[in-house]
Design a protein around this ligand. Structure first.
Ligand SMILES: [Zn+2]
Length: 714
């Protein structure tokens, strides 16, 4: 059940509409026989999703039927007349919901990879229904009493360690979701959740509206500074949008950021910047400010029902940070160094502008542009030159190499047609153990941007490893938004994008290495699961990878030593900007949830808080509040955006462990520890304890400060 509550938190999205409903058992049965979303996965590799047979019109009824089936299973468990045991209660719950799990794998694809107005409508209609479904389980009194009985018994007679953890996580999950409330409060609790699910949907749809409907079209004489590949793709986007002969800058990060970095047209930079940072904040029907106040009020009311002071206190109790105070302590320790660095960066940029006689004062739409000029001047590092050595295919081979060295994994391409995919560009690899040849699973890669695909990069699983009902093979995917090249041409990517590619692959490796018995133990602790992926980025600049895989796309020669030296030297470059734009968002997330939400004016709160924080005026938060989808289009990252930095402390500290070890990043002994303690257990042991086993001590914040080139207080 806990696994489903987690799924729901990432699954609720899209617009509103109504659809046919199927809500009786016989219909459910019929649905089971004819609906591909519910069907058992068949074929090789332990069964794979039938992506080629998806019919969008089946989605709605599949989700409804999946919920019905799961609720029926839950009723059976709850009404069992035998004495509650781990087996007949907890294991039975872990086993339940298989059909819905399968539907959700498709659901995620239809939401994130190939979304259409039609699928958005269906998903919007389902959002409140899924919320009700989740409440029906988490508020099932009989079920909770059985869980509680198993939990109480386990306190006297402990189970095996991983079983004990499943029981504790399950019990805690119920408690956190209102299982102990009286009937009146339970009703209100469920009503709040339903209301929230609709608000989350509205929030993300407003954002999507503003991303799709603000496009800056350029004419031929406005392209100065932009790269050929950017111009080519901008021309294609414009043509797709029926603006033949012009060039489109869309209102997404992947379009905005390079434009602001390279375009010489200052007025246009300003326009693109305003469009992007005004998303959800245009004072029209798509404005998100009031939605945010409503969301904050409802979240506060909900946790008050449970006796918590604020949302953050409730949320963080099962996170590694444990309390909002601990999270704030970390952020406040880094903040002064970050903004101090911004002032230095601005001074450097202003000098460049003055030197060029640009007669400007650095504004937020100038930051990326002049930062790039400083980068070239100070580090003589040209991002375009670096790109020539970063070919997507080679990077992928490099990741396979690293996975082989650290995890003993082997990747072999699956011949086309063996495993079905949802789009022709998606490719699949078979993952096995290098020595035993044992099959571990399949890796799906969906590399290119397209209409209907959400921006950014992410990793998911269609099936996770468990062994309590026989070993399951893992089906994991990585998804990116690289611009699809012309046939035969290589995809050249930036250093940042290459790092992100490694990052997402780190998530996949975390999925593949799982060694847990029960589904619940695959769950992620938000401020910990980014650690494994962030750490993997550190293998990109290792000599082994550079010499073999970072080779020039024309000459095949490895990246020259002096260019690598420049990249390494420039690694801490612009950390003022990066840390400050991120931390401002993370601090805002926490402060918004600690504040009194009654009559909260979000716009004013954002302004006042930033002033109090002494936010430098030359940059903005990475996600301004009305566009902070992490926090307001669901609950996944609410009061949890700090988690990236929390995980980054672990990352910097663990990376130092590798630097200090005899064979560096490929040290066999340390790699074995890394896999054993930090990857395979997933959430089957407490992350704090796991880290101590790896490092022999807790992580130190000083490692992060050194990593970012900030002064370390002695
Ligand atoms: Zn990640």
């Amino acid at each position: 059940m806990a696994k489903h509550i987690m799924l729901l938190s990432i699954v609720l999205f899209a617009t509103s509409a109504s659809c046919q409903q199927i809500e009786n058992k016989s219909e459910t049965k019929k649905e089971m026989e004819t609906n591909v979303f519910l069907e058992k996965w068949i074929g090789p590799y332990g069964g794979v999703p039938a992506f080629d047979k998806m019919k969008i019109e089946d989605l709605h009824s599949a989700v409804i039927a999946g919920m019905e089936l799961n609720l029926a299973e839950i009723e059976t468990i709850a009404n069992n007349t035998e004495e509650p045991t781990f087996e007949n209660t907890i294991v039975a719950m872990e086993r339940s919901g298989k059909e819905l799990d399968r539907v959700f794998s498709y659901y995620g694809i239809l939401r994130s990879n190939i979304s259409t107005p039609e699928s958005r409508k269906i998903q919007a209609d389902l959002a409140p229904k899924l919320s009700e479904f989740s409440s029906k389980i988490s508020q099932n009194e009989k079920l909770f009493q059985r869980v509680k009985a198993v939990y109480d018994k386990s306190l006297k007679t402990p189970l095996e360690a991983d079983q004990q953890r499943v029981v504790e996580l399950t019990y805690k999950g119920f408690e956190m979701r209102g299982a102990e409330l009286d009937p009146e409060k339970k009703k209100r609790y469920a009503a709040i959740n339903k209301e929230l699910s609709t608000l989350y949907t509205t929030f993300s749809n407003n954002l999507l509206h503003d991303e799709e409907n603000y496009v800056t079209y350029l004419t031929k004489d406005q392209l100065s500074g932009l790269s050929d590949s950017y111009i080519k793709s901008a021309a294609k986007i414009a043509t797709d949008k029926k603006h033949h002969g012009s060039y489109a800058v869309t209102n997404t990060r992947s379009s905005m950021a390079p434009f602001l970095t390279y375009s010489n047209e200052r007025e246009l930079r300003k326009q693109v910047w305003i469009n992007y940072y005004s998303r959800g904040d245009n004072g029209d029907q798509y404005d998100n400010n009031n939605n945010i106040t409503e969301i904050l009020k409802l979240r506060r009311e909900r946790v008050e029902l449970l006796g918590y002071k604020n949302y953050a206190a409730w949320r963080l109790q099962d996170r590694m940070a444990k309390t909002p105070e601990n999270a704030m302590k970390l952020m406040n320790a880094v903040w002064p160094a970050a903004i101090a660095r911004v002032h230095e960066e601005v001074a450097d940029m202003q000098a460049v502008a003055d030197g060029k006689n640009d007669k400007i004062t650095i504004e937020p739409w100038d930051y990326r542009y002049y930062a790039e000029k400083v980068r070239k001047k100070k580090y003589d590092l040209n991002s375009e030159e670096v790109k020539q050595y970063l070919q997507l295919d080679k990077l992928r081979e490099a990741m396979f190499y690293v996975a082989g060295r650290l995890f003993n994994f082997n990747f072999k391409p699956v011949s086309e047609g063996t495993v079905s995919v949802f789009q022709e560009d998606v490719k699949v690899w078979e993952v096995s153990d290098k020595d035993s040849g044992e099959l571990i699973g399949l890796w799906y890669l969906d590399p290119y941007a397209r209409t209907g695909k959400r921006s950014g990069a992410w990793a998911t699983t269609y099936r996770s490893y468990t062994s309590f009902d026989g070993k399951k093979t893992v089906l994991a995917s990585n998804n990116s938004n690289f611009v699809k090249p012309a046939p035969g041409e290589p995809v050249l990517v930036s250093w940042d994008d290459a790092s992100t590619f490694f990052h997402e692959f780190g998530h996949a490796l975390h999925f593949f290495s799982s060694n847990v018995r029960y589904p619940t133990l695959n769950g992620g602790v938000r401020d910990y699961t980014e650690f494994q992926s962030q750490l993997l980025e550190r293998w990109l600049p290792t000599d082994e990878v550079i010499n073999t895989y970072l080779v020039h796309y024309k000459t095949g020669k490895p990246m020259p030593k002096d260019l690598i030296a420049k990249i390494k030297k420039a690694a801490t470059f612009n950390q003022g900007f990066a840390t400050t734009e991120y931390l401002a968002s993370a601090l805002m997330d926490m402060k918004l949830h600690l504040a009194d939400p009654a009559n909260l004016d979000v716009d004013a709160f954002e302004k006042t808080t930033l002033t109090e924080m002494k936010m430098p005026k030359e940059l903005v938060m990475r996600h301004r509040t009305p566009q902070f989808g992490h926090v307001f289009s669901g609950e996944g990252y609410a009061t949890a955006y700090y988690g990236y930095m929390w995980a980054d402390v672990l990352t910097a500290d663990a990376a130092e462990a590798f630097q200090e070890s005899p064979d560096g990043f490929y040290d066999k002994k340390l790699a074995a520890k890394l896999v054993e303690y930090l990857f395979t257990p997933r959430n089957s042991i407490d992350p704090e304890e796991a880290y101590r086993k790896f490092r022999g001590r807790d992580a130190k914040i000083e490692a992060l400060m050194r990593d970012r080139g900030f002064p370390v207080n002695k």
